[in-house]
Design a protein around this ligand. Structure first.
Ligand SMILES: [Zn+2]
Length: 315
């Protein structure tokens, strides 16, 4: 094994599995390939550290999601209402890509347990609940990954730190009765989803809020949530959509502020020795390169925290 001093980490991606989208659709399909290229170009991961997982097993999805919903997704029988709520046109490619995104979070979560921190260059599909798939979210990758860890006896208590600008309604619904999982969501007060499912701790952020006030609110939320959660594992949803230029965001964070947010979350979890699996969530900048900048900065903060000379990834 060659020793190298540059920070380097394993990441997971599913960007080569694309799906048909109508022209000018807001879903940032190009983001994923650009980000995978960017983490290599920035020296955050070597090409052989960028992994393409096989699709997650339907049985793993079924441990979280309603059987009827999964059957409708699998067979392309979503109702008109479900189709509209999802906001992405159904196709077999969409389903396969969704399963691969979930698999990336499963793999990254396992890796985080062994190495302290890991990242999926996708996932964070927090609007998917037990029996609904909406807001561009087909499956709840975090809930599915956590289920896998628990069935393997690898984790008990967990925390979800959801900093996507939209409230994590699907995650909140799935874990509503789960005493072992603490759900924290910081989000724009006046933004999607307009009908909420309460998290364990919801922090409404006023439209137009900038770095300083946001970071103070996040710090206070973590002060409350972390001792309560006493988590064995954490999932951090590093949404790029609180950025001031985001088309669906309504907050006013700068890129530096978002990076400070990432550092704060990772440092607080790191201080407790809690392994953290980082996932992307949303990002809808007019120019997709701005979203990629924000996601790449998150990846850089993750890479900085990968322990030097960690054991090689078991193939
Ligand atoms: Zn979002």
């Amino acid at each position: 094994m060659a020793l190298h001093h540059s920070p380097s980490m394993h990441v997971w991606t599913h960007h080569r599995w694309r799906f048909p989208l109508p022209p000018r659709h807001k879903f940032p399909l190009p983001k994923y390939a650009l980000l995978a290229e960017r983490v290599v170009a920035d020296g955050l991961a070597r090409p052989d550290e960028v992994h393409e997982p096989s699709p997650a097993e339907w049985a793993d999805l079924a441990a979280v999601h309603d059987a009827g919903l999964l059957a409708r997704i699998r067979e392309g029988r979503l109702t008109v209402r479900e189709q509209r709520g999802l906001g992405l046109p159904w196709s077999p490619e969409l389903v396969e890509r969704g399963r691969r995104a979930v698999a990336g979070t499963i793999a990254a979560a396992h890796h985080a347990l062994d190495h302290g921190v890991a990242m999926n260059l996708g996932g964070g599909t927090h609007h998917a609940g037990r029996d609904f798939a909406r807001g561009y979210c087909l499956f709840n990758d975090i809930a599915i990954a956590l289920g896998r860890l628990r069935r393997a006896g690898l984790a008990g208590r967990a925390i979800v730190v959801d900093c996507d600008v939209h409230q994590g309604d699907g995650t909140a619904q799935i874990f509503a009765a789960d005493e072992q999982t603490f759900t924290l969501s910081l989000h724009g007060a006046r933004n999607y989803p307009f009908t909420r499912v309460p998290s364990d701790l919801d922090v409404d952020i006023a439209s137009g809020t900038g770095d300083e006030d946001y970071l103070r609110a996040l710090e206070q939320a973590l002060d409350t949530a972390l001792p309560w959660a006493r988590a064995d594992v954490a999932f951090y949803l590093a949404g790029a959509d609180p950025w001031h230029g985001d088309r669906l965001g309504r907050l006013s964070l700068s890129k530096a502020g978002l990076r400070a947010r990432d550092a704060l979350v990772l440092d607080r979890l790191g201080a407790l020795g809690t392994p953290v699996c980082v996932v992307l969530g949303g990002g809808y900048a007019e120019d997709v390169r701005d979203t990629v900048d924000i996601n790449a900065a998150t990846a850089a903060e993750v890479a900085r925290r990968v322990p030097f000379a960690a054991a090689p990834f078991p193939v």
